[in-house]
Design a protein around this ligand. Structure first.
Ligand SMILES: Nc1ncnc2c1ncn2[C@@H]1O[C@H](COP(=O)(O)OP(=O)(O)O)[C@@H](O)[C@H]1O
Ligand SMILES: [Mg+2]
Length: 318
């Protein structure tokens, strides 16, 4: 059984007044699966819909349509509190900014203790042992961190502690949305490496969300490339990043050697469209930027094509 299945997931945001309504299809019929003990990466430029996917998985946001299955069970938009609590134990989030994860006024030790008791993961007299274990998994000692406040740590150290916090409930899946983008460049690899270690040691799966293909290549088993709410290419990371087939993935790969990371994903496309524009837009969303564009691309949505161990949404392979 798959650990997580995302099926035809769609999220439409509606904005504006009744006079100038705009709608934005932030996530457009997205499908992917995560196996046990697997690191699955969602990559794509800013605004492609990655965070929206993760927020729906975490039940922070309702899906417009489609579903999320966890171990074969539909967990889309859970309403029941107890069920939600059970799910939150199994699937834990790691956020971009570790300083927002922790309460700045509380000692880290107290905060971790509270997480453990909130989830009632252990008897009171066993909690300390559990915290030790969680911190040990990320290479830290409880005694070294518990009396300190979040501000006494660097971003990298605190992100390590927030991974430990996530491990307290012994989850099967970590959802990590841009977990290293605010971490000092020299420490990024060590955090990403932690995901690999956790996978190997504890069989934890990770949904790793990033716009950084270098860390994605290093850590992932599988990768899905998103563009404007669609997955345009998905498969084994080696295949997708080393022999990309979708013109967008090819473009991204060429942009890897760019030393200035800010330039890697230069163009921020304007994704907001009026309802009229949205409906009149047929065909491939990448057509406007694609060097291989054909007439059919402008009028018809490309199919998902299975090609050499990956899925590509492109007419080039039809
Ligand atoms: N709550 C919201 N209301 C309206 N639009 C939103 C909301 N959240 C995200 N969006 C829009 O949805 C698109 C996808 O956003 P997001 O999922 O954050 O992308 P990413 O994480 O890949 O940068 C963006 O155009 C963003 O502006
Ligand atoms: Mg995001």
């Amino acid at each position: 059984m798959k650990l997580l299945e995302v099926k035809d997931l769609t999220k439409i945001f509606r904005m504006g007044s009744i006079f100038s309504r705009t709608k934005l299809v932030a996530v457009d019929r997205v499908n992917f699966e995560i196996e046990e003990s697997e690191i699955f990466t969602l990559a794509g430029e800013s605004g492609s819909g990655k965070t929206t996917v993760s927020r729906i998985i975490l039940n922070f946001l309702e899906a417009t349509s489609g579903k999320i299955m966890y171990r074969g069970k539909d967990i889309t938009n859970i309403k029941d509190r107890e069920e939600k609590m059970r799910f939150m134990k199994e699937v834990q989030a790691i956020f971009q900014n570790p300083f927002e994860t922790f309460n700045p006024l509380r000692k880290v030790g107290n905060y971790l203790y509270e997480t453990a008791t909130n989830f009632s993961v252990a008897r009171k007299d066993k909690v300390e042992e559990l915290l030790k274990e969680a911190l040990d998994a990320v290479g830290l000692k409880l005694e070294e961190v518990k009396e300190k406040y979040p501000s006494e740590f660097s971003g990298g150290q605190l992100q390590r502690i927030s991974v430990a916090r996530a491990l307290i409930t012994k989850p099967s899946l970590l959802v990590a949305d841009e977990p290293v983008s605010m971490v000092d460049a020299s420490l990024r690899m060590s955090i990403v490496n932690l995901f690999k270690e956790l996978k190997e040691k504890y069989k934890v799966s990770v949904l790793y969300i990033t716009h950084d293909l270098a860390t994605a290549y290093y850590v992932s088993d599988k990768i899905a490339i998103m563009f404007r709410g669609n997955i345009v290419e998905m498969g084994d990371v080696e295949k997708v990043l080393m022999e990309p087939k979708h013109p967008y993935t090819m473009m991204l790969k060429e942009s890897i050697p760019e030393p200035d990371p800010k330039k890697r994903w230069k163009k921020k496309v304007d994704l907001k469209m009026t309802e009229k524009e949205e409906y009149s837009m047929k065909g491939c969303k990448f057509a406007g930027r694609c060097p291989y564009v054909k007439n059919i691309c402008k009028t018809t949505e490309p199919p998902d094509i299975n090609l050499d161990g990956r899925v590509v949404k492109c007419f080039l392979y039809k």
